[in-house]
Design a protein around this ligand. Structure first.
Ligand code: S3P
Length: 170
């Protein structure tokens, strides 16, 4: 029995965590929380401006604080920032009290989507080889999620259906 545990979506930038998360939440009548949006609200700055004005360390500290706070409770769909699951405290909390889904795509698909994205400082400052390396490194950690969804050949609707099925069976 999953007891209405939160559904946490993880994966690379551009993997559809926010879009899928929003649609999924409507489908199952859960609240939807997009962590990056909460960070932007709390600081009154866009993610890109936080990186530029305050630096990545500042962002990562805030990301940890806000994510750990928002993971509490149940009945929510939560989309994490692409780097959040690399943080051990966040990862432990996600794995202990929530049900997590890794939205996995081919590297080439992700790279096409995020390359030189002005909204995404990590992607903007990396070339294609850097991004490929980053995806490979992170994939080992994303793989710790309870479920991996191979999204490449699925429609949005099918991705959502798969998540709901796995969640209900859990
Ligand atoms: C990041 C991903 C972004 C955002 C920040 C850092 C990352 O979130 O948290 O730019 O390190 O992968 P999205 O995955 O929602 O783009």
């Amino acid at each position: 029995m999953n007891l209405n545990k939160n559904i946490v979506l993880i994966g690379m930038m551009g993997s559809g965590k926010s879009t899928i998360g929003y649609l999924l939440s409507k489908n199952i009548n859960f609240n939807f929380l997009d962590i990056d949006k909460h960070i932007e609200k709390e600081t009154n700055l866009k993610i890109n401006d936080i990186f530029q004005k305050k630096g990545e360390d500042y962002f990562r500290n805030l990301e940890e604080k806000i994510t750990l706070k928002l993971l509490k409770g149940k009945g929510k769909v939560i989309s994490l920032g692409g780097g959040a699951f690399l943080n051990k405290n966040i990862r432990n909390e996600v794995l202990k009290n929530n049900i997590s889904f890794w939205l996995s795509w081919k590297s080439s698909t992700i790279i096409k989507r995020i390359s030189k994205s002005k909204k995404r400082p990590i992607a903007y400052n990396s070339d294609k080889d850097d991004l490929k390396k980053l995806i490979n490194e992170r994939s080992n950690i994303y793989a710790e999620a309870q479920f991996k969804i191979n999204c490449e050949t699925l429609s949005k609707n099918m991705i959502i259906k798969n998540i709901i099925k796995l969640y209900e069976e859990y």
